[in-house]
Design a protein around this ligand. Structure first.
Ligand SMILES: *Cc1c(COP(=O)(O)O)cnc(C)c1O
Length: 232
């Protein structure tokens, strides 16, 4: 049996300690409980520990859980999003973290206009040194955001990245530093329809380092819910 409350207490304490070390206010850091593949009974336990932000990767699972769970939850779409699925989530999620193509952004914009909402989006950046399937390359991010800024009903809130899995999370520090600096540099340009106040980086393996380097949202799954089993 996993003890969700105990797990959460450890994560929250780690977040507070990392903030202290970095001279940051813990209120600047939002914990997103990443609940993909996990049953709603476990999400309810997390909810009862006062967590109100959840992250999911798959549209069908996300919409099922939105239907079932309390309405005061903020849902984050953190997984790769196909254009033909945008319409199912556009007015149901607080933020889409995984925007990495203009065609996807155009679809988000079109559906947001249709439903009369403003879509909060993050640009997914590929900071990893190895080939990753998803994410905009660092040197292309600013131009990409310039293009997105022309689309109606989209607010570009900041950047997101998934750093590679490494044995020693210290190895990712340089990548988090780079993303933080990139976000500051782009914010300085005051691009239309962008706020650049969100940095979504850090997962179970490296969220502590990510916070020390400026993360404002950490996406933590395994440390809260235990390991995922995709074979069930
Ligand atoms: C699954 C996932 C997470 C959570 O990963 P853990 O290592 O379980 O904390 C975070 N971000 C994204 C994009 C994910 O797909």
């Amino acid at each position: 049996m996993i003890d969700i409350e105990e797990n959460l207490n450890i994560v929250i304490k780690n977040i507070e300690d990392a903030c202290k070390r970095a001279g940051r206010n813990p209120k600047e850091v939002t914990l997103i409980a990443v609940s993909k593949t996990k049953p709603v009974e476990l999400l309810e336990q997390v909810y009862h520990c006062n967590i109100r932000e959840f992250g999911e990767n798959y549209v069908q699972e996300l919409t099922d859980k939105i239907e079932y769970m309390p309405k005061d939850i903020k849902w984050h779409m953190i997984g790769h999003l196909q254009r033909n699925k945008v319409k199912y989530i556009i007015d149901k999620v607080a933020m889409i973290h995984s925007v990495d193509s203009l065609r996807l952004a155009e679809e988000i914009s079109k559906e947001a206009v249709k439903k009369n909402v403003v879509a909060n989006i993050l640009v997914e950046v590929n900071v990893g040194l190895e080939d990753s399937k998803f994410g905009v390359m660092v040197q292309e991010v600013e131009n990409f955001i310039q293009d997105l800024s022309k689309l109606p009903s989209i607010c570009i809130r900041g950047l997101m990245t998934s750093a590679p899995f490494v044995e020693n999370p210290e190895d990712n520090r340089v990548l988090f530093k780079k993303l933080t600096q990139l976000c500051i540099d782009i914010k300085d340009k005051n691009i239309d329809n962008s706020t650049m106040d969100v940095l979504s980086m850090g997962m179970t393996n490296d969220y502590i380092v990510a916070i020390e380097e400026g993360a404002t949202m950490v996406r933590v799954g395994t440390a809260i819910f235990g390991a995922r089993n995709y074979n069930k």
